[in-house]
Ligand binder design. Sequence first.
Ligand code: Z5A
Length: 213
Amino acid sequence: MTVGKFITLEGGEGAGKSTVLAAVRDLLAARGLDALVTREPGGTPAGEEIREVLLDTTHHGLCAEAELLLMFAARAQLVRERVRPALATGRWVLSDRFTDASFAYQGGGRGQPVERIAELERWAADGLKPDLTLLLDLPVVEGLKRANGRGSTDRIEMENADFFERVRAAYRARAASEPARFRVIDASRPLAAVLANVRRAVSGFLDAARVRA
Ligand code: Z5A
């Protein structure tokens, strides 16, 4: 039995991950891959409860250290309960965010030390790294405009534009440092163009992995 592949979607506010996720899932299905689809923070019963705590605006005083550890608590559970077991049976996994988000939001945004996050990645996330990461990149102002159109605002979305500029810069720096894993998609373009670029990137990855239709 071959081990499945792990694909993640990342990006700032309003980048369009939800829309892109559905397109990637359909593309995998067209190649006969029934992927496990999950999200972070969350993806397990315990993780979804941790998500509630993390995003609830009543916890506006949550310190950066607690935020980081809660992200990794949810991730530790997700990796062991769902992702590793699925990959081990040959199933592909598609996740809306993973550890790169902690490097971007808690590292870039909150200023938590990168080496601590890297240690948590090794220990709490069991060293698991995605095989392919699509980074949906767009200017912060544009993303916030789109996100604001959705209505309610969660605890992290309440941060200011400077915070999201640091998040974006951290994401782009990670993509630049791991070009073999990342595909940066210009998410400021019209949706049809974004989806065409996503399909091209994922199809290339599937071809390289020798997954045929
Ligand atoms: N977080 C963290 O800090 N650390 C971590 O380790 C992890 C997460 C894992 C929840 O994540 C929060 O947790 C998130 C990061 C933090 N913080 N914030 N803020 P989430 O992924 O669940 O939440 P989100 O970032 O707010 O994602 P979202 O709400 O799912 O947004 P999205 O999926 O990227 O966007 P969308 O809903 O698909 O699109 C937004 C709107 O734009 C919508 O109306 C679309 O129709 C529209 N759209 C999409 N694409 C286009 C294009 N191309 N043109 C025009 N309009 C478009």
